[in-house]
Design a protein around this ligand. Structure first.
Ligand code: E4P
Length: 218
């Protein structure tokens, strides 16, 4: 299972990278705005900076919603760096744009997936990744993990190569459950990744080992 970090914050990306388990980064317009990045050149530069920190796939989202706008923006983003994956929303023109990029060998991430039917359509269009937003489904009392499970079954039935990128991951149990179901990738905040290493028995056990080591006066 690949671990992506879902942020545009360079410090957090560097921290996750330093842990040695990071496979990529996802961003979206809200995450970019949160970092106070404004103006086209600054936005493009920010994506370049992220590509310098992490060796894997970096999702950069288009803002236009017409086929023509998405193609223009997506080509510009893809030309920035070979690691860039063009992130495209699940709308009618988005599906057409995914097919266009897929035919050209440009990687895509189909975002804002909330149903198995949407994931099927994105896979048919040749998306590299689909991003089901499990946290946002949980927010409206709908089981997000159930959607991951459904998409896994459908993709396995037909051997689709589109990777399931569990998105809107909020905590460590999302990560663990996505791994159990067989999501190919999860993207979440640094806290969800670092939370995996915490256990009080580990802390207590280490404390006792260190106390006993000191008593041996080696
Ligand atoms: C996915 O690529 C999105 O950037 C993200 O996971 C959305 O997460 P949120 O629901 O926590 O905003």
């Amino acid at each position: 299972m690949k671990f992506f970090i879902d942020t545009a914050n360079l410090d957090q990306i560097e921290e996750a990278q330093a842990l040695g388990v990071l496979d990529g980064v996802t961003t979206n317009p809200s995450l970019m705005a949160k970092e106070g990045i404004t103006g086209k050149e600054n936005i493009l530069n920010h994506y370049r900076n992220i590509c310098e920190i992490v060796a894997g796939d970096i999702s950069a989202e288009v803002i236009g919603t017409s086929f023509e706008e998405m193609i223009k923006e997506g080509e510009e983003l893809a030309a920035l760096h070979p690691q860039i994956v063009v992130k495209i929303p699940m709308i009618k023109d988005g599906v057409k744009a995914i097919k266009y990029f897929s035919d050209k060998g440009i990687k895509t991430n189909c975002t804002l997936i909330f149903s198995c039917g949407q994931a099927l359509l994105a896979a048919k269009a040749g998306a590299t990744y689909v991003s089901p937003f499990i946290g946002r489904l949980d927010d409206v009392s709908t089981d997000g993990l159930l959607l991951i499970d459904e998409i896994r079954r459908v993709y396995d039935n037909y051997g689709f190569e589109t990777q399931i990128l569990a998105a809107s991951v909020r905590h460590t149990m999302h990560v663990v459950n996505c791994a159990k179901i067989g999501a190919d990738v999860m993207t979440g905040p640094l806290s969800a990744i670092e939370g995996l290493l915490r256990h009080p028995l580990t802390d207590n056990g280490l404390k006792k080992f260190l106390e006993d080591a000191r008593s041996m006066q080696v």
